[in-house]
Design a protein around this ligand. Structure first.
Ligand SMILES: Cc1cc2nc3c(=O)[nH]c(=O)nc-3n(C[C@H](O)[C@H](O)[C@H](O)COP(=O)(O)O)c2cc1C
Length: 361
């Protein structure tokens, strides 16, 4: 049909029309002046491809592997809370879509559906994202995730304090949807809710997770551990030395701390710092297949999408998320062909131009 969405931005425009204003703002906004959110896009636009022609495009491999999990393309579903805001089937719909696209989903602590419901519906690999809310809650979640068949724990580290977004403050937005993972616990909302909502989350109840907690956390399960939100080489070195299996370089979509560099700008120093000792992934700002190829050419193994999940859900539910993933697959293939590349896991050096003024000052 002529009006079918043909790229992620078409889904974005449709979702904006379909969602209530306050829900749209909650999903779309970044922290404070939203500079980091914008910079995530700007940085990808500043990277340019160096195409290579007159090569065969017949054999092209875009499969990837994340901690031993084979996925059909180097894109995964980021952990993001309350998918129920965009579709009544919530994360169950997202998990089915990810499974249909043969890729991996990270499920958020603050999901609408419970981790058991998602595990039941999923056909692809699942990792569990953990917000540390004190030791007993983390222990309860990690043990349940392992029992339900999740394959890794993704500890989000970039939220030491809550960061209500100004658009949400203006809208007096309250995330009232059920938090499925805490169903039946009778815990007050302030102890279990997310980090970026209003009215303010009571931070006094738990200290933010610290390096000294990692050993304890690892002892809770046999699952590998990925740290989400590491942004600088100094922390990446500590992480690598502590033996974690992966780092997800992320700005949290610019939703927590404003005025940092974009994720893709931070990747080179982090790849350098870990020196091959763990896997590195990226999220924040991925909207095109060419963004994926650019990120991969800097050395990450796979990239995640956050806001586009809600665009797909709000527009067409499971089908919408699946189509978004498939649009990106198609675009990755095209970018690979134009760049004369045959394997995303083995991209040729010199595939992109990096602006001279990139990197920490
Ligand atoms: C509505 C929304 C909720 C989110 N919730 C979480 C969360 O609960 N835990 C987490 O680690 N990241 C969360 N994120 C951040 C995503 O995992 C991811 O880092 C970010 O969305 C990637 O940027 P992008 O939206 O530009 O793709 C959330 C993002 C959005 C948009």
């Amino acid at each position: 049909m002529a009006n079918d969405p043909i790229n992620l931005y078409d889904y974005e425009a449709r979702a904006k029309l379909a969602l209530f204003h306050d829900a749209w703002d909650f999903i779309d906004a970044g922290a404070m002046d939203e500079l980091t959110t914008k910079r995530n896009r700007k940085a990808f636009d500043q990277l340019t491809l160096r195409p290579r022609f007159m090569r065969s495009v017949e054999e092209r491999k875009i499969t990837a592997r994340m901690l031993g999990q084979d996925i059909s393309m180097p894109i995964f579903v980021c952990p993001a809370g309350s998918h129920g805001l965009a579709h009544p089937d919530g994360e169950v719909a997202t998990a089915k879509a990810a499974g249909r696209s043969n890729t991996l989903m990270m499920l958020a602590t603050g999901s609408t559906c419970s981790l058991e419901e998602v595990a039941e519906a999923a056909t692809g690999p699942l990792w569990f994202q953990l917000y540390h809310r004190g030791k007993s809650l983390s222990e309860m979640l990690v043990r349940r995730a392992e029992d339900a068949g999740f394959k890794a724990i993704v500890l989000t580290v970039d939220t030491p304090v809550p960061s209500p977004k100004e658009r949400d403050l203006r809208n007096k937005f309250e995330r009232t949807l059920e938090l499925g993972n805490f169903r039946g616990t009778n815990l007050p909302r302030s102890e279990i809710s997310g980090t970026d909502e209003t009215p303010g989350w009571d931070v006094s109840m738990a200290d933010p997770v610290a390096w000294s907690d990692l050993e304890w956390l690892r002892g809770l399960s046999s699952l590998p551990l990925v740290l989400k939100g590491i942004r600088v080489a100094e922390d990446a070195k500590i992480a690598a030395a502590s033996g974690i299996e992966g780092i997800l370089v992320s700005t949290h979509g610019g939703r927590q701390l404003d005025q940092t560099m974009s994720s893709v700008e931070m990747v080179p120093e982090i790849i350098d710092a870990v020196n091959g000792s763990c896997e590195v992934y990226l999220d924040s700002g991925i909207r095109r297949g060419s963004d994926v190829v650019k990120a991969l050419s800097l050395g990450v193994k796979a990239v995640g999408i956050g806001r586009p999940l809600y665009w797909g859900l709000a527009t067409e539910g499971e089908e919408g998320v699946h189509k978004i993933l498939e649009l990106l697959r198609e675009e990755i293939g095209r970018a690979m062909d134009f760049c004369g590349q045959s394997d995303v896991a083995n991209l040729e050096p010199g595939l992109i131009n990096i602006p001279n003024d990139w990197g920490p000052s």
